[in-house]
Design a binder for this molecule. Structure first.
Ligand code: ZN
Ligand code: ZN
Length: 168
């Protein structure tokens, strides 16, 4: 796909900085630090996590600057919001086609590359509908390995409790 930008951190940070300039924002050292942070993480941070981690090393960055910068990047499509209800908004900062494996229980998000055939899918979509994909994002929602085991145990415990109604 020719419209896809490279995931090399240098290109990613350039992409973010260009986006801010497009929005008419001045590139201050604080905004540059935010872009740098986003370019170097593949961890799908929440706005609060970005604030917490940046504030630890850059005490002169205000929370408002961080939230406004994230909003601008999000509105212009440089980063994508991943929401699970109002409490958990995280940002997708990885522009490379991949699948997000999202755990419903612990909210852990893992990037999966493997061979999901995303290029094939977007080519097919273009052929079928004339919709040109600029960035691909596929979310698979479910349970991670740890939570899956805990759930099996919980379901067993529930079944046990149900078959023993007099015990709690
Ligand atoms: Zn989990
Ligand atoms: Zn991701």
């Amino acid at each position: 796909m020719t419209t896809m930008i490279s995931t090399h951190p240098t290109s990613r940070i350039d992409h973010y900085l260009r986006t801010l300039k497009q929005a008419g924002l001045r590139i201050t050292p604080q905004r540059r630090a935010i872009c740098q942070f986003l370019a170097n993480t593949n961890r799908h941070p929440s706005a609060y996590q970005v604030f917490e981690e940046l504030a630890a090393t850059n005490p002169d960055i205000s929370r408002a600057t961080i939230y406004n910068t994230l909003n601008t990047l999000q509105e212009l499509g440089a980063i994508v919001e991943l929401s699970f209800g109002s409490d958990h908004t995280h940002y997708e900062t990885n522009p490379e086609p991949h699948v997000n494996l999202i755990c419903l229980r612990c909210q852990k998000i893992t990037d999966y590359y493997g061979d999901p055939g995303i290029d094939m899918l977007t080519t097919r979509v273009l052929a079928d509908t004339d919709f040109q994909t600029a960035a691909a994002r596929i979310d698979l929602v479910g349970f991670c390995d740890e939570c899956r085991l805990q759930r099996i145990q919980e379901i067993r415990d529930m079944a046990k409790a149900a078959s023993n109604p007099h015990k709690t």
